[in-house]
Write a protein that binds this ligand. Sequence first.
Ligand SMILES: Nc1nc2c(ncn2[C@@H]2O[C@H](COP(=O)(O)OP(=O)(O)OP(=O)(O)O)[C@@H](O)[C@H]2O)c(=O)[nH]1
Length: 557
Amino acid sequence: MKSIKSKIFVFALLSTLIPSLVLGLLSFHLNENLIKDNVKRELRILASRASHELDAWVNQNIHEGKSLTSAKIIIDALSTAANLQNGYIKVSPEILTHYLSSVHKKLETILELTVVDINKNVFASSSDQHILTEPLKNLWLDSNTSHQPLVSPPLWSEQFETIVVSIALPIVSYDDYILGQLVLTYDLQNIKPLLKGSTKSPRGEIYLFDSNGSALIATHTDVSYPSFFDSRTFQYLLNNPGESLTFRSFSQKNVIGLAYKAETLPVTIIAEKNHKDVYAAWTKQRNLYFILVSVSIFLVAIIAIYLGHSIVTPLQRLINATGQIVKGNLDISITVATRQKDEVGKLAEMFNLMTEKLRRSQTKILAANKTMLQKNQQLEKLSITDGLTGLYNRNKLNQIISDQLLRFQRNKRPFAVLMIDVDYFKVLNDKLGHVIGDEILAATAGTLTQSIRSIDFAARYGGDEFIIILTETTVKEAVITAERIRSQASEIHCKTIDKIINITLSIGIIQSEPKDISPTALISRADQALYEAKHAGRNQAYTISPDTEYVASLNSD
Ligand SMILES: Nc1nc2c(ncn2[C@@H]2O[C@H](COP(=O)(O)OP(=O)(O)OP(=O)(O)O)[C@@H](O)[C@H]2O)c(=O)[nH]1
């Protein structure tokens, strides 16, 4: 992650995402806990109301039953069975059965009315197939006294094909002796509308379970007997009454439920609410939150990209421009948008100013360099040139001769040296003056330059003496050049006085030989040749021929 753009992008995303997620998750966690507490409270209310409905239903039935137990016919019938003679009217089981049937017809909510004697034997019943359930018998056994009404646990009745609950009420004689029990059997489905009414607000579902863990009835779902919950779930709910748990219910939906022990009816109440309904608002809020966070991140990402772009693009231009400067191209400037007044804009402005200054400095430096170069060239030229004649000076001549000697040693091809002196120049000077003398010297130099090839060299040796180096030339060939020079220099046009001056030249000619180990040695021999020319009467060329041995050796090569 090297680029500034990606750093800005990541920072913007993280600075949006982290606080959003932390606050969001914290808020959801708090809300979830609130919802959990709230749903637990509502489930407890539901279960408690259901329990009260059950109690009310049982108590109402007990109340109804108690009025029947005081019926004279029932007391007389059991007194007869018990052989009590104290003024009781003898009532046979058939008569009591008839009576019970007539009562049964009036009380439709009762499935069966059965009268049992003190020994728990059925005396009479409204039903042909009267039942005395095992649970009821057990209750009688557990109870030391039968003075209190007993409510049997609900159970499936094959006879009535429904879940039934029996309430046993003691039948007491006028002497306050217990004569037997009136057993009233009810359909548990009767309680369903009552329970349903208790689940309207808060809304929910109520199940009644027997001690075996089978559902008996439900307020909104049809359950067939026996129907069981997952045993672990049921056990957890039983072991933790009043504590909520999320589990899969008969409706195949996730629910939140809790268990509650009913007081008068021996059943377990399970109140439950649909998990989806409970968390609907929470889920909606969560989805909305994620949509808002996504939109925020999207907007922040766009802004981050724009910001990164607005910073990186000018920077990239600066980098490119700096790269051009590094390559030596100073003809560059960066376009700065008028609206860009930020640091990057200022940096670009400063960059342009800096480049402009560099350009000016470079122009000055280039001009100074050019001048210096020209001056150096002039100096170099002056250092090797004779000021009066424009020919090479003595220093340069020494250098040229050294080079030629080296070359000669390598390729054995000799070069010729012409040492030239103006005859009686002193007389000319004295007669015409030094200025004219200078002009004569310069004109003589011009003649020399015109008489030689481009590969040859002409130098002023000093005073009125000149030396010419003819490369790869023998004395024989050099004589021709010397004669040409002599003939061309005979008439010098003097511009100052506009006259033709007749001068003569004496020339000494030699060619390089192996014995010439230095420029001095070579010049010395040329000077000797010149001396000979002067001595022979001037206005002539004198040649010192090379050693015959040496010439022979050259020819043999
Ligand atoms: N005008 C002028 N004269 C110079 C310059 N340099 C040397 N001379 C003169 O040149 C003369 C050279 O004379 P010499 O070569 O000795 O003698 P000469 O008169 O040429 O006689 P020979 O060489 O024997 O023929 C001297 O009088 C110098 O003063 C110069 O640059 N300008």
